[in-house]
Design a protein around this ligand. Structure first.
Ligand SMILES: Cc1cc2nc3c(=O)[nH]c(=O)nc-3n(C[C@H](O)[C@H](O)[C@H](O)COP(=O)(O)OP(=O)(O)OC[C@H]3O[C@@H](n4cnc5c(N)ncnc54)[C@H](O)[C@@H]3O)c2cc1C
Length: 411
């Protein structure tokens, strides 16, 4: 990009946002021979890639395309063609070809760079795009977009760009400190397009219950339920409420304002009946063991469960637990009701649920149906997956389709 950035620029393809989706699209467009200009609001590319996966970057999943699509809830039909066109296995192979060796972490089918370095991932994406000729302008905050006779006009803090095809991948509103502040939503609304109300998702939950805060730091491999949805993944107690993959995966039910209670099964592999039998058997043993030595749970958790069941002392010998107390205890272990007051908000949310309504977009091309030449993809769409590399995969797969279609339209 010339430094005389205040004068108008002309390009075939203008990409707004150099996050995961923008970097992928930049490489794909430039590699296809299209003149490609990327405008990025902040001073660096791929900020979220850098912070992702605890700076290890869970870049995709080992699931196949259709199984991955099924993880996108209401968005599964929309994303399936994009995932079949660029599968998680192809993304992994592309990273390997870029020099980023990858590894599988078998728990939850997560793929990471073998180096555990998100920086390596970001650098690979950026240098591949630059290698094939994509140009980047950093510190260029786009203020508005409008259709023109020859395509689209983009006004940014670094000047005006005229392009044939405009690719918007500005992400959502989560983690606003890295530049994602929902800037594109007013542009979409201005074009008469529907935007589904954005709410924080994949976000820790807050609980008013002091007995939950008191367990801060303990993780349980239980089964969490919120409404009709459930997740068999770790739950982490915090001094504010609940975190960990299960709580974060289900958080949208809370942030949409629908649910104010979670329930946790601490021993999902043990049936109610087997648990009852275990407690009865334990009570009949000579020298009756104490509750905490019988249950395969941390002592602080056992004491909290006993307290919630109204049992004192909180770690009694098993033969001192009468039938009705035992019944209440089993209820707490299998179905502890946890009040939830909200979430830690966009500041701590890994993604945004909501965004440009999927019905506005052609799922085979990512082109906006009512706005030819405008392509929207990545997290700017009302599309979000669970924890596990699904959101990067969605960003890459939707970017690939948009790039292919935009390049074809420019020819
Ligand atoms: C802490 C954290 C950890 C995560 N870990 C993982 C993980 O391990 N695996 C996974 O799959 N997902 C993870 N995610 C989610 C993942 O990062 C996002 O879903 C993904 O980055 C979305 O890609 P995107 O390109 O659509 O948007 P983003 O990556 O958010 O990029 C959008 C870009 O647009 C720019 N922009 C915004 N407005 C403007 C404007 N007006 N003008 C110009 N540029 C603009 C932004 O500065 C930003 O660079 C994590 C998210 C967070 C916050």
């Amino acid at each position: 990009m010339p430094s005389a950035a205040s004068s108008d620029q002309h390009t075939e393809i203008c990409i707004v946002g150099a996050g995961a989706a923008g970097l992928w699209a930049a490489q794909a467009c430039a590699a296809a021979g299209a003149q490609t200009l990327v405008l990025e609001k902040t001073r660096r590319t791929g900020s979220k890639v850098l912070s992702s996966g605890g700076t290890r970057c869970n870049l995709t999943t080992s699931l196949d395309a259709d199984a991955t699509a099924r993880c996108f809830g209401d968005g599964h039909n929309f994303i399936r063609p994009a995932l079949r066109n660029l599968t998680p296995q192809e993304v992994r192979a592309r990273f390997e070809a870029m020099g980023v060796a990858t590894k599988l972490e078998t728990e939850f089918e997560k793929i990471f760079p073998a180096s555990d370095s998100a920086l390596q991932v970001r650098n690979a994406l950026e240098s591949e795009a630059k290698k094939v000729g994509a140009r980047f302008v950093l510190d260029a905050c786009v203020d508005s977009i409008a259709p023109s006779e020859t395509g689209w006009t983009v006004v940014s803090s670094k000047g005006v760009v005229h392009c044939k095809a405009l690719l918007i991948c500005t992400g959502g509103k989560s983690y606003p400190k890295v530049g994602t502040t929902g800037d594109a939503y007013p542009w979409f609304r201005g074009l008469g397009l529907k935007v589904v109300d954005p709410v924080p998702a994949l976000v820790p939950l807050s609980s008013p219950a002091p007995w939950i805060h008191a367990l801060s730091g303990i993780a349980i491999d239980g089964e969490l339920r919120i409404g009709k949805s459930k997740r068999r993944r770790p739950v982490l107690f915090t001094h504010r409420g609940l975190s960990g993959p299960a709580s974060m995966d289900l958080s949208e039910h809370v942030t949409r304002g629908q649910k104010r209670e979670a329930s946790l099964d601490f021993l999902p592999d043990v049936s109610w009946e087997d648990l009852r039998a275990l407690l009865v058997e334990g009570a009949s043993k000579s020298g009756s063991p104490r509750l905490a030595s019988l249950l395969p749970l941390p002592r602080r958790v056992v004491e909290m469960l006993a307290a919630q069941a109204g049992i004192t002392p909180h770690n009694p010998p098993l033969n001192q637990i009468n039938k009705s107390s035992r019944h209440r205890l089993i209820e707490q272990i299998k179905n502890l009701r946890i009040p939830v007051s909200g979430s830690l908000g966009f500041a701590k949310a890994e993604v945004t649920a909501g965004g440009l309504a999927l019905k506005e977009v052609n799922r085979l091309t990512m082109e906006v149906k009512k706005a030819p030449g405008l392509y929207v993809f990545g997290e700017a769409l009302d599309l979000q997956g669970p924890i596990g590399g699904f959101n990067f995969q969605a960003a890459f797969s939707t970017a690939e389709l948009a790039a292919k279609a935009a390049c074809a339209a420019c020819r």
